[in-house]
Design a protein around this ligand. Structure first.
Ligand code: TPP
Length: 315
């Protein structure tokens, strides 16, 4: 689906999530803002892509998954990781290369492996890998699925189509979550995607569902039976979220006019939830920020992580 970057697809009346979901969304938001702050103060090395504006997607999806399902994430994957493990200290230590890092600091922001979670910064790489894992799950663990998060821009990668072809042909339990934020780095979706994501799924005979709301309860209600079908029938499904990237692509590289970004901010789930339940929102937001401030202070004070090659080779 192509659309102007400023369209407001989230027309549903503002309803705030329950405390647990809202706290998790706010924790992810606070984490991402803290990364930009640390980066701005010269305390973070390398690169990092925040999911500001998209936090509700993994929060909604993760509740539909089982810990034994596999999750494949991408370069914009902090929210995917935090929704699964709720471990901001381990992730921040990983990004900062400090003791206690999830992958001893060798993966950084984009390349994380933990249990059945794997992220990569190589666009399109996770689709074929997730498809292979879905084949394994179909044979060895029926009822389990592989969930892969992918951006609209990554639909320009040929590997995506090889994976969709095989997933459909072999009826594999693959859940493809497309985070269509209307832009890929600096190129609007309307200028890089011919046709639509739905049309591309249809070309492979794969069901497609479009989500235009950021209401996590509504998203789950709609997706629950569809995800159950991926498990029971072992068939792939593409779920496309119409969402918004509020931050730059990585740090200081936003090419969009300031008014366009401002328009997106006005449609953000954060603003909607704040308006829907101001008192509860303020309390939970303050708690989330205080939690992440404390995590950042504690992790920043840790020593450098040590990479023990032997330990990783054995695992
Ligand atoms: C194979 C490959 N090509 C190019 C890049 C550089 N790159 C990183 S993110 C990105 C844009 C991805 O856009 P999209 O899939 O829409 O995800 P978004 O950043 O919008 O979340 C590009 C081109 C890369 N990491 N890997």
């Amino acid at each position: 689906m192509t659309r102007p970057a400023t369209a407001d697809p989230d027309a549903s009346p503002a309803r705030a999530p329950d405390d647990a979901d809202l706290s998790l969304m706010l924790m992810i938001r606070a984490f991402e803002l803290k990364l930009l702050d640390l980066y701005g103060r010269g305390l973070l090395n390398g690169t990092t892509h925040t999911c500001l504006g998209q936090e509700y997607i993994p929060v909604a999806i993760e509740a539909l998954l089982d810990p034994r399902d596999h999750v494949f994430s991408n370069h914009r994957g902090h929210g995917h990781y935090l929704a699964r493990f709720r471990d901001p200290a381990g992730l921040l230590a990983e990004i900062m290369g400090r003791e206690g890092a999830v992958c001893a600091g060798v993966g950084g922001s984009q390349h994380i492996r933990r249990d059945r979670f794997l992220s990569t910064g190589v666009q399109g790489e996770s689709l074929p890998v997730a498809t292979g894992v879905a084949l394994h799950l179909k044979r060895a663990e029926p009822g389990r699925l592989a969930c892969v998060y992918v951006g609209d821009g990554t639909f320009g990668e040929g590997a995506v189509y090889e994976a969709l072809n095989i997933a459909s042909l072999w009826a594999l339990p693959l859940l493809v979550v497309v985070e269509n934020n209307g832009i890929a780095q600096s190129t609007p979706t309307s200028r890089h995607l011919a046709g639509s994501i739905a049309g591309r799924a249809a070309a492979f005979g794969i069901d497609h569902h479009l989500v235009g709301t950021s209401d996590v309860a509504e998203i789950r209600r709609t997706l629950e039976p569809l995800v159950a079908r991926v498990r029971s029938r072992s068939t792939p499904l593409v779920v496309e979220f119409v969402t918004r990237r509020l931050g730059p692509h990585s740090k200081g590289d936003d090419t969009r006019p300031a008014q366009a970004v401002q328009a997106l901010r006005e449609q953000d789930w954060y603003a909607r939830c704040a308006a829907a339940c101001p008192g509860r929102f303020r309390r939970l937001d303050a708690e989330a920020r205080a939690h992440i401030d404390a995590v950042a202070a504690e992790v920043t004070a840790r020593g450098q992580s040590q990479w023990e090659a032997a330990r990783w080779e054995r695992s």
